[in-house]
Write a protein that binds this ligand. Structure first.
Ligand code: FRU
Length: 534
């Protein structure tokens, strides 16, 4: 089965396993010969919860929206063990010697992963000579070991400047990222350690280094000179980012992805500051990994697991658990979190390619320039039979001169169930708090109420995207896919990813927009596209 069909209550444009358990994305690479994206993932095909033997599952996609599953790609030699998280590289120049001319250079895939046994965690290589569908283990594994049971998640990149492979791997419970280099993927030299930085939580997991392009936000005129950092070169076209997951111990509870922006010289990663930055403000965005390569160099492409170790084993889906996020394109941009500061930030934009013949068709609803008052609600129907899968974009203004502090001034979007409107998501903005809110608790699904960690109410602080006199203007893009809500604020300067669970078949069927007060909020623009997957 693949997810191009309308399987009941299964996300349509997010990767899920046919059955069984899924966690972290692994081994992301792009086959430039076949024009195909490859996703591997932590997979227990035998159960709907995490467990041994743990494998790498495999899925492919042409458009990063619709995924086709291919089952198990790598499995462990022992039943009490796991092929834990890791990455894949394309060894174009056959530095490893695993390949001969029969394998197209664009398909010379080497997977680097952690072999977890009760005795140790060590780093293994496997390679594929059939374009990533089956793998053989290197006969002299492991290639990196450290006498630890908590040493995992190798992410390997090609460092152009020094012409070397670079591996980051976490010594998890000592809060250290080890950085190794290699010329052949087999022999590795420890170059440096990145230690005790950012939020520590219980453990570091899934680190990853990436060189990420710097782009300009459409709403600002900052230049790099305004920056509070010591950025030497005004023509900087890219910066280095170290992604680092921690679990548990995230600010929103449980699993959390942070990142650091800095420089990497082939041996050492030097962050510009030790400030922790949040990759996503939601509850369900973990173990982020970037693609080794992609056809578009103007941004960095990556995927995260949309769940949280606090409750992932109990979410009410059947016969599978968990999904991936939509792939996102990242660039570094300056933004202003306060009127007096300019900061660097990873900007994220979802990959949502609705154009083209073989892509989901769209139906639209558009609205513009509508001032809201407390007595009239706007209802936006989702045309036809709801699939539960749609995108909306909204630009709204908040008039600060009309806000009185005695009454909470909210803008609300109620995303209501098509069969039972008493089940809904509530999203919106509050003028006094100057923050967005998300409430996923209005449902009859028992899990949502009984699970002590499935936080219902979340928030995201955000400066206006732009200011026009007393009008603060905000933009929100939302993608709803059956039980996943991904929100992007102010063209991607912040994101919040959260799963939600309504009763089976009760897909979101209309959106009601309202305000608790008169004359504060107005909708400048609202646009809805339904993803009518056939
Ligand atoms: C992160 C993680 C990794 C590990 C994998 C095991 O979610 O704990 O550190 O490799 O999952 O499935």
């Amino acid at each position: 089965i693949d997810n191009t069909g309308k399987a009941a209550d299964r996300p349509l444009i997010h990767a899920t396993p046919d059955s069984g358990w899924m966690n972290d994305p692994n081994g992301l690479w792009y086959d430039a010969k076949e024009k195909l994206y490859h996703l591997y993932y932590q997979y227990n095909p035998n159960d709907m919860v995490w467990g041994f033997p743990l494998c790498w599952g495999h899925a492919t996609s042409e458009d990063l929206m619709l995924w086709k599953n291919h089952g198990v790609a790598i499995s462990p030699a022992r039943n009490d063990s796991g092929v834990y998280s890791g990455s894949a590289v394309i060894d174009y120049n056959n530095t490893s010697g695993f390949f001969d001319d029969s394998v197209d250079p664009r398909q010379r895939v080497v997977a680097i992963w952690t072999y977890n046994t009760p005795e140790s965690e060590t780093q293994y290589l496997s390679y594929s000579t059939d374009g990533g569908y089956t793998f053989q283990e290197y006969e002299h594994n492991p290639v990196v070991e450290f006498n630890s049971t908590q040493f995992r998640d190798p992410k390997v990149i090609w460092h152009e400047e020094t012409q070397k492979w670079i591996m980051t791997v976490a010594l998890c419970q000592q809060y250290s990222v080890f950085i190794y280099s290699s010329e052949n993927l087999k022999d590795w030299t420890l170059e440096s350690k990145f230690t005790d930085s950012g939020l520590l939580g219980f453990q570091y997991e899934a680190p990853g280094l990436a060189k990420i392009p710097v782009t300009k936000a459409t709403n600002n005129n900052y230049t790099l000179e305004d920056n509070s950092y010591d950025v030497k070169n005004n023509d900087t076209e890219y910066m280095w980012v170290l992604f680092l997951a921690i679990n548990p111990g995230g600010p929103q509870g449980g699993s959390f992805n942070q990142y650091f922006i800095g420089d990497f010289n082939g041996t050492t990663f030097t962050p510009f500051t030790h400030q922790t930055r949040m990759l996503d403000f939601g509850k369900d965005f973990y173990a982020f990994q970037g693609f080794f390569n992609s056809p578009d160099d103007s941004s960095y492409l990556g995927i995260a697991w949309t769940s949280n170790w606090q409750y992932s084993a109990y979410v009410p889906t059947y016969p599978w658990r968990s999904s991936m996020s939509l792939p996102r394109r990242f660039t570094i941009q300056q933004y202003s979190p306060t009127p007096e500061s300019v900061q660097l930030n990873l900007n994220s934009v979802p990959v949502l390619n609705l154009a083209g013949d073989d892509k989901p068709s769209e139906s639209r609803y558009a609205l513009s320039n509508k001032a809201l008052n407390s007595t009239a609600n706007l209802t936006i129907p989702i045309e036809g039979t709801p699939t539960g899968t749609f995108e909306f974009t909204v630009t709204f203004a908040c008039n600060s001169t009309t806000v009185v502090n005695t009454q909470s001034a909210d803008l609300n979007f109620f995303l209501k169930g098509s069969k039972d409107q008493t089940e809904y998501l509530r999203l919106g903005h509050n003028a006094q708090a100057a923050a967005f809110f998300i409430d996923r608790g209005n449902t009859k699904v028992e899990f949502v109420h009984s699970n002590p960690f499935f936080t219902n109410r979340l928030s995201v602080n955000g400066e206006p995207w732009s200011q026009d006199g007393s009008y603060s203007i905000y933009k929100v893009q939302g993608i709803v896919d059956v039980n996943i809500l991904e929100l992007f604020f102010n063209e991607g300067s912040m994101a919040s990813t959260n799963t939600f669970f309504l009763s089976p078949g009760n897909f979101i069927g209309n959106i009601e927009i309202s305000s608790s007060v008169d004359g504060v909020y107005s909708i400048l623009d609202f646009d809805l596209k339904e993803l009518d997957v056939v």
